[in-house]
Design a protein around this ligand. Structure first.
Ligand SMILES: [Zn+2]
Length: 324
């Protein structure tokens, strides 16, 4: 029995609890790079699965659940005209296209001011060129962000950022994987953020300096969702691995929040059957071995539970406007 939700309408008339579902469209070579693997050669189907295969499934997923999405695109991925054309189809359906940087450099924060600016402004420009509309939000590659990156976002008048991931479980797992890779002599492109990010607010806030404390910067931060209390990751990959029953339970834990920021990846819509070249990658991204239908079922369960609890679904730019 669904609880009565006497307080669910806000003074704006809409639902008082909002959920934003976003999808990071990192194309496959970025994942090979992340794990220190050699990417399939130019022209191989496995290089463009996110735009060629996942986008169609993302479209179907959004239609089935009646979701407005926020899609974070990597500027250089849009140089391929077929990829840009496929993304325009989703933009025309009302989904927002936001900036996931120009080249998805995992070491963005270490590149120096001029190059950080080029990566962020260049990503926005590539998206504007391909889509005819300038993005208003940003998500950093690999959830790694610094005050310097926030300074650049401020200069470029970006309205919201969604990169802070105050999740001890994720941070610990990433640290362990990077240490193991160093032991094996394999170089990952990933870098570890300051552990201070774990002290950042778990709810939308206006960042200050340091960025992991609230303050007076001109933009809004929408942290990647963690569950209240244990701060478990509430993202597509973890929901897919948890399965439908646990996914519902994680969603229920988040259902008292005023805003839930559910982050998915293009890779959540791909599995090993889509290309045999993914076998090496599946060693590091074990979810690829599970059929995509099964994984999406778990994510759908989480979305359906939030909807039944009274959540309204919005694009991140609307959620950020509500916060400010
Ligand atoms: Zn990414």
């Amino acid at each position: 029995v669904t609880r009565a939700r006497a307080g669910s309408a806000s003074r704006f008339g809409g639902p008082s609890q909002l959920c934003g579902v976003s999808v990071d469209l990192d194309e496959l070579p970025h994942y090979f790079e992340l794990h220190g693997l050699v990417a399939p050669p130019p022209g191989a189907a496995a290089r463009t699965l996110v735009y060629d295969v996942a986008l169609g499934r993302i479209d179907a997923f959004a239609r089935a659940l009646d979701l407005p999405l926020t899609l974070f695109a990597v500027g250089e991925d849009l140089r391929r005209t077929e990829s840009a054309a496929r993304l325009r189809v989703l933009a025309e359906c009302g989904h927002a296209i936001e900036n996931h940087s120009l080249e998805h450099r995992y070491d963005l924060t270490r590149l120096g001011r001029a190059e950080i600016t080029r990566q962020i402004a260049g990503g926005a420009q590539a998206i504007e060129q391909a889509m005819g509309r300038r993005p208003t939000g940003f998500r950093a590659p690999g959830y790694t962000i610094t005050d310097e990156v926030f300074d650049v976002l401020g200069e470029l008048e970006v309205r919201f950022d969604s990169s802070v991931f105050p999740c001890p479980a994720y941070y610990g797992a990433k640290a362990a994987v990077l240490a193991a890779q160093r032991l094996l002599g394999r170089r990952s492109a990933a870098i570890l953020d300051t552990p201070r990010v774990l002290g950042a607010p778990t709810r939308p806030y206006r960042p200050g300096r340091p960025y992991h404390r609230p303050g007076a910067r001109g933009l809004v931060e929408l942290p990647i969702q963690v569950t209240p209390g244990w701060r478990l990751p509430f993202i597509g990959t973890s929901l897919a691995l948890a399965g439908p029953v646990l996914a519902r339970s994680l969603a229920r834990q988040c259902s008292k929040e005023r805003f839930v920021n559910l982050e998915l990846h293009g890779l959540d819509f791909i599995d090993l059957r889509d290309a045999p070249d993914l076998r090496a990658l599946a060693k590091h991204q074990p979810e690829l071995r599970r059929p995509v239908e099964e994984r999406l079922l778990a994510i759908e369960e989480a979305v359906r539970l939030l909807r039944a609890e009274g959540f309204g679904f919005v694009r991140l730019v609307e959620a950020a406007a509500r916060v400010s």
